[in-house]
Design a protein around this ligand. Structure first.
Ligand SMILES: [Zn+2]
Length: 351
C-alpha cells in the first residue's frame, strides 16, 4: 500500500515516533540547524553576507550539490571557538533524544577542526559536550571524525587527532567523506592503515556520487567495515554478492540521495532492491538540517513507498547488529527495542 506522507495514519506516525531508533550515519555539522549557525555567527561576529535570519534560512535551504557545499563551508565558519562545539554537540543530543534515537554514531568534520583548533582545547570542548548531552538527554552517541576527501593533505593530522580522542574514550573510529570524484579511496591508505593498527573502527562514504569501483576501493584499500551510502553497488552484481557474503552493511540515507540526484525524484528508492538482494541496510538522515529531513521523516518516506512497521523495525535491528557499540550498550538498546515490539504486539491484540 502506498501512502502520501501528509496522509499517513496517525497510528503509523505514532509508531515511528515511539520506536526506539538507532542511527549510524549522521553528520554533527549537517544536523546543526540554520538558526543555530546564525546565532553562533552573530555571537562570533562572522559575516554570512545576509541581513536577517530569514535571508540566511533561505540561503541555507538545499538547492543543488554545489550550493550545498557552499552552505556547509560557510556555515561552519561560525564555529570559531572550541565551546561552540560543546554547544552544537549538546544540541545534537537534544535533537536525537527528541526523536527517540537511543543510540547514534555521528560524523564530525575533522579536516576542518584540525585546521582551526589545538587538539587539547577542542577535545576538551567535545568531551564537555558529550558529558552534558549524555547527562541531560540519556541517549548514547559515539563520534566518528572523518577526513574530507578534498583536503587530502589533512589526512595524517586527522588520524592523529582521532587517535588522541579515541585514547580519551571520545571517538570510536575514522571515516571519510566529501567529493568522491577525483579523490579515490587509494589516496587515503596511509591514514586508514595507521587507524586500523590503533584499533579504530573504519567506515567510508562510497558508491554515492561515484560507482561500484569506489566501494571496492573503500573495502580493499581502506578496510571499510561499513559503507556510507553505497547504493550504487547495484551497478555491480559481483560487488553485491561480495557485500552479502561478507555481511558488509550500507548506511542508506534516502532523502540525501533524492536531494543530490543520486536517485531521481519519482523513482522508488533502491533500498528495497538492496534488501531483496540480501544486503544489510540501515536507515539514516545524513545531513538532516541541510536536507530538511529527520530520521523520523526517513521512516515516513519508506512507509510512503510501501514498507510496513515490521520492516522498519528490522532496519533498526540491522543497525544495532552492525553498530560499533560495546556489548553493554547493545544489550541496553536491544532491551528497549524488545520492550517496544512487545508493547506494539500487545496493542495490536487489544484493538
Ligand atoms: Zn554522509
Amino acid at each position: 500500500m502506498q501512502f502520501d506522507r501528509k496522509n499517513l495514519p496517525n497510528e503509523l506516525v505514532d509508531q515511528v515516533n515511539r520506536m526506539p531508533k538507532i542511527e549510524l550515519h549522521v553528520h554533527l555539522e549537517g544536523a546543526t540547524k540554520a538558526e543555530t549557525f546564525y546565532s553562533l555567527a552573530q555571537k562570533n561576529e562572522v559575516d554570512f553576507g545576509v541581513n536577517s535570519l530569514e535571508e540566511w534560512k533561505s540561503f541555507f535551504a538545499f538547492k543543488d550539490f554545489n550550493h550545498f557545499l557552499r552552505v556547509y563551508t560557510l556555515a561552519i565558519t561560525a564555529l570559531k571557538k572550541p565551546e561552540d562545539y560543546t554547544f552544537i554537540i549538546t544540541e545534537f543530543y537534544r535533537q536525537q533524544a527528541e526523536q527517540n534515537i537511543v543510540y547514534s554514531e555521528a560524523y564530525i568534520s575533522a579536516s576542518f577542526i584540525i585546521q582551526k583548533f589545538e587538539t587539547e582545547e577542542i577535545l576538551n570542548a567535545i568531551e564537555a559536550g558529550i558529558r552534558i548531552g549524555e547527562g541531560k538527554y540519556k541517549v548514547k552517541i559515539n563520534f566518528i571524525p572523518d577526513i574530507s576527501r578534498e583536503l587530502v593533505d589533512t589526512q595524517m593530522r586527522v588520524v592523529d587527532f582521532v587517535i588522541e580522542g579515541f585514547d580519551r574514550g571520545l571517538f570510536i573510529g575514522l571515516g571519510i567523506g566529501g567529493p568522491e570524484s577525483g579523490f579515490p579511496p587509494e589516496l587515503f591508505v596511509e591514514a586508514f592503515e595507521k587507524a586500523k593498527a590503533h584499533g579504530l573502527r573504519l567506515v567510508a562514504h562510497a558508491g554515492e556520487t561515484a560507482g561500484a569501483v569506489s566501494i571496492w576501493g573503500a573495502i580493499n584499500s581502506l578496510y571499510a567495515e561499513r559503507i556510507g551510502h553505497g547504493i550504487r553497488s547495484l551497478e555491480d552484481p559481483q560487488l553485491i554478492r561480495f557485500l552479502v557474503e561478507h555481511q558488509i552493511p550500507l548506511e542508506v540515507s534516502p532523502s540525501s540521495n533524492y536531494a543530490l540526484g543520486i536517485v531521481q525524484n519519482g523513482d522508488s528508492h533502491p533500498i528495497r532492491k538492496l534488501l531483496e538482494a540480501g544486503i544489510l541496510c540501515t536507515l539514516n538522515s545524513d545531513d538532516p538540517a541541510m536536507f530538511s529531513t529527520s530520521l523520523n521523516q526517513e521512516y515516513f518516506l519508506l512507509l510512503e513507498q510501501g514498507f510496513d512497521c515490521d520492516e522498519l523495525f528490522q532496519l533498526n535491528m540491522n543497525a544495532l547488529k552492525v553498530s560499533f557499540a560495546c556489548e553493554k550498550t547493545k544489550q541496553e538498546v536491544q532491551t528497549k527495542l524488545m520492550a517496544y515490539q512487545e508493547n506494539k504486539i500487545h496493542f495490536k491484540v487489544l484493538t
